[in-house]
Design a protein around this ligand. Structure first.
Ligand code: ADP
Ligand code: MG
Length: 255
């Protein structure tokens, strides 16, 4: 067999797709520039590593299951002047995860809580962290389904295996007893193992109404807020402002 066919077979067996794709062009280039063999290998090895990191990052983002692609770069901090942008940018460095700290975004609808939670989650994926996004209802349902299939342990293992879990929209809908218990178990599983970002429209004092049990909520808050960054966002709904602005612009265009 010809040596290049053999080589290509070996590169496939060794799972080195970037080598395979680029070795001919790199060989030509290194030849023209009189580079040493080591240099040739180094260039290819670097491309392989870069391609792997890129793939792993894309996989982490996919597996996290974010509903939208919100980023910090398209968050308008001037729209929420009371929000300390430096604090958010510091959190994007993910140091809170090393200390298993949590983040709670509290504020009325439309102020950007979900946007920031997703953006921090995506940034964590880029920094090599395993992340999972749920809505509070979705999490309670996923837990209940796992339980029904006697897979609760596996589900809990999956949660513990994440560096960060985002729980969006806690408090919008009162939870039934089963859902409350599942969420309580979830927060117990995460305690001191997995960081959690929660977004909620309710101050902590109103959480018992959502969970329907004062003592359980107390225990849950105790765990969640043991090490926590509470970020209150107040202001008018960006969503509402945005749609009013669009309507106004549309109106002008039509005039
Ligand atoms: P909340 O979760 O607080 O109800 P969202 O994060 O879902 O609000 O925000 C509603 C919409 O407005 C989203 O499309 C979001 O991207 C956008 N949005 C909110 N605040 C900002 C902001 N400061 N800059 C840019 N977009 C924003
Ligand atoms: Mg939201």
């Amino acid at each position: 067999m010809k040596s290049d066919v053999l080589l290509e077979n070996y590169l496939k067996v060794l799972k080195l797709p970037a080598f395979l794709k680029e070795y001919q062009q790199t060989a030509r280039q290194c030849g023209e520039e009189n580079k040493a063999y080591e240099e040739f290998l180094l260039v290819l090895a670097e491309r392989e590593v870069a391609a792997r990191e890129q793939n792993a990052m894309a996989r982490r983002l996919r597996e996290a299951g974010f509903p939208t692609e919100k980023e910090l770069s398209n968050f308008d901090f001037t729209a929420v002047p009371k929000l300390n942008s430096k604090r958010i940018l510091d959190l994007a460095r993910c140091e809170y995860m090393e200390k298993t700290e949590n983040i709670v975004f509290v504020g009325s609808p439309g102020v950007g809580k979900t946007h920031l939670a997703i953006a921090l989650g995506r940034e964590a994926c880029r920094r090599g962290k395993r992340v999972k996004f749920f809505t509070a209802c979705g999490l309670a349902t996923a837990y209940a389904e796992a339980r029904a299939e006697r897979e609760a342990k596996r589900f809990e293992g999956h949660i513990r295996n994440r560096h960060l879990v985002v729980v969006d929209e806690l408090g919008y809908v009162p939870l039934g007893q089963g859902a409350s218990e599942n969420l309580f178990n979830f927060f117990s599983q995460c305690y001191e193992r997995t960081s959690v970002i929660v977004t909620t429209n309710l101050p902590f004092s109103e959480w018992p109404q959502v969970f329907g049990d004062e003592r359980m909520t107390g225990a849950l808050l105790d765990r969640l807020t043991h090490r926590v960054h509470v970020i209150e966002i107040d202001g008018n709904s960006y969503r509402l402002r945005d749609s009013l602005r669009r309507r106004e612009e549309g109106g002008k265009e039509n005039a």
